[in-house]
Design a protein around this ligand. Structure first.
Ligand SMILES: [Zn+2]
Length: 207
């Protein structure tokens, strides 16, 4: 039998109980497994969110005040907490970084990037401007500004993917995916979903 690939960058010690982990085959991979408590390290993922806010045909950008990426301009955003819905995380991060109050209109894009460290998923939301800001703390973020296309396109330190999403948002009348009205969830956990804007399953009913 061919050697099974090992999950990259796996844990050496159990994050629950501290025991040394051993590699065991599970679902086509060698996975770090705890013989004491049963913990299995399947994979490492991280979830980030970014938000596009447009005011007077200008897009909100921030400049990072700290490493990694000090001096780099991006759309605002950050990481999602495990117990926080992603559409709340983006509104919170936007406010923390720029003092701009927003609400979610919908999802514009999703991006997945793989590294040796993890698999990172980044969801880009379009946000409705509710006013305030832009102001920043001068430390984690040292600039927060609404910029017209000719202004942000001229920035030398602009993240290419941020420029791409800003241009896309300005050309897109409405977010392609909006908060779902699907009510079929059966578990008691928090649940949120974005799907095709305006989709009405009852329009498909035949009489
Ligand atoms: Zn354990």
């Amino acid at each position: 039998m061919a050697e099974l690939p090992t999950v990259p960058n796996h844990y050496r010690y159990c994050p629950r109980c501290g025991q040394s982990l051993s590699l065991r085959p599970d679902g086509g991979r060698q996975r770090a497994t705890c013989e004491a408590c049963g913990f299995i390290h399947f994979s490492t993922f991280s979830l980030g969110v970014g938000g596009i806010v447009v005011r007077d045909n200008k897009v909100l950008f921030i400049r990072r005040g700290q490493d990694p990426g000090k001096g780099r301009w991006t759309i605002p955003g950050g990481y999602v907490e495990q117990d926080e819905p992603f559409e709340e995380a983006v509104v919170r991060e936007l406010f923390e970084e720029t003092s701009v109050r927003t609400e979610v209109q919908g999802v514009l894009a999703a991006r997945n990037s793989l590294s040796q460290r993890d698999s990172n998923v980044y969801i880009v939301f379009t946000l409705r401007d509710l006013g305030g800001g832009p102001e920043c703390d001068g430390e984690e973020v040292d600039r927060a500004e609404f910029l017209a296309p000719h202004e942000f396109e001229a920035l030398a330190e602009l993240a290419p993917v941020s420029k791409y999403f800003a241009q896309m948002a300005l050309e897109t009348a409405a977010a392609p995916l909006t908060a779902s009205e699907f009510a079929g969830q059966t578990s008691g956990y928090a649940y949120s979903m974005f799907d095709i804007a305006g989709f009405n399953p009852h329009a498909l009913d035949l009489d």
